[in-house]
Write a protein that binds this ligand. Structure first.
Ligand SMILES: NC(=O)NC(NC(N)=O)C(=O)[O-]
Length: 358
């Protein structure tokens, strides 16, 4: 089990600057918290492929040797270069399931701490299947064989494939000729499938796996507001949205774009793990807009929830306290916390109108 929040360290990176912008505005569909998993690989002698979807960028423990060799935090295959039989493929591979079906727009093949044992190049394939890929799987190459830098983030923008219907459910990483990768990230937009719901079902309009995302925030010193929208309860204080300590009269806020617009009937605010730093109180506002300048002062936000006290380390349920017209449709919510602090999860439950906002 992993226990920490997504990486927010900045580091050396190689590759396409466009990919960086995509990463900031899309969801990493290879996040273990969403259910992403490594399913199979050609070889994992030195380190397990399951590490590829873990949070953070991976750590190094100098001189920490285990039975197989130097302990490494990533996926690392044995040395096969110059040892493979004639005619054998000159790469190792790993198949991973995405945490949610979706488009794939950028990828990071992060070789953090792999210096003398990084692959020289990598390629990425993807496919959609309701099952799991078998030997005859029809992979689509999204990233052709591309040079990697050792001990570095390696970011690539993915050109949208037009000859295949999206979304994708699985990816295959190929590394040439062998070696280690610390983490694999693949950013895209999850696809919310209407046929997975029955009419009248109350759904979490803001859930990350439904396309909800943080689009603006007053402060993200300790952690990202995107954590508010992750499935399940936060595993620790790092798995939430936490601001720095304020020393002024202001308050902190986060604006979430719903994955799908709809009417709002129930709200859950979870302060799990925030015990000495939960906000004193909160309000919730919402708006129906297609404007991109969502922070503009002249937008008319409506109050859904007037000021309510919050408490340490617990879920707060708001139903009858909501003051808005239940037939109104909203596209965004703004969580205001007073004066600052941390919130683990925000759930905006309602009835979708099935017009995707992604
Ligand atoms: N010192 C190493 O990292 N050696 C080997 N790798 C591990 N993990 O031991 C190798 O051959 O790549």
């Amino acid at each position: 089990m992993t226990t920490s929040a997504p990486d927010n360290t900045d580091a050396a990176y190689a590759g396409d600057p466009r990919a960086r912008a995509i990463a900031e505005s899309h969801l990493n569909l290879l996040d273990e918290r969403l259910g992403a998993r490594a399913l199979a690989c050609s070889d994992e002698w030195f380190a397990e492929a399951g590490n590829l979807v873990k949070p953070g960028r991976g750590i190094f423990r100098e001189g920490h040797f285990v039975a197989t060799g130097q302990w490494m935090d990533g996926w690392e295959s044995r040395r096969s270069f110059g040892r493979r039989p004639p005619g054998a493929a000159n790469y190792d591979w790993c198949i991973l399931r995405l945490g949610a079906p979706g488009s794939l727009n950028a990828v990071d093949i992060d070789t953090h701490h792999f210096r003398g044992n990084a692959p020289e190049a990598a390629a990425l394939d993807a496919l959609f299947t309701e099952d799991e890929p078998d030997n005859d799987a029809d992979w689509l190459e999204l990233l052709p064989k591309s040079q990697l830098q050792a001990h570095s983030r390696n970011l690539f923008a993915i050109e949208t494939a037009t000859d295949r219907p999206q979304p994708f459910t699985h990816v295959r990483l190929r590394i040439f000729p062998d070696g280690g990768v610390a983490r694999l990230r693949a950013w895209g937009r999850p696809l919310l499938r209407r046929d997975h719901f029955i009419d009248g079902e109350l759904i979490d309009l803001s859930a990350a796996q439904h396309g909800g995302r943080g689009v603006a925030v007053s402060n993200r010193f300790y952690s990202s507001p995107d954590n508010l929208l992750m499935p399940g309860r936060g595993v620790n204080m790092g798995d939430g949205w936490e601001t720095r300590r304020r020393r002024d009269d202001g308050h902190d806020w986060a604006i979430v774009q719903l994955g799908v617009a709809g009417t709002i009937h129930k709200v859950v605010v979870d302060t799990a793990h925030f015990k000495g730093n939960f906000p004193h109180h909160m309000t919730l506002e919402a708006i129906n807009t297609d404007r991109k300048d969502i922070e503009a002062a002249n937008l008319e936000w409506q109050t859904l929830l007037p000021a309510r006290r919050l408490f340490a380390d617990r879920e707060h349920l708001f139903l009858r306290e909501l003051v808005h017209d239940r037939s109104e449709r909203f596209t965004h919510v703004r969580l205001n916390i007073f004066p600052d602090g941390g919130v683990s999860r925000l759930r905006i439950l309602g009835f979708p109108d099935w017009i995707s906002l992604a």
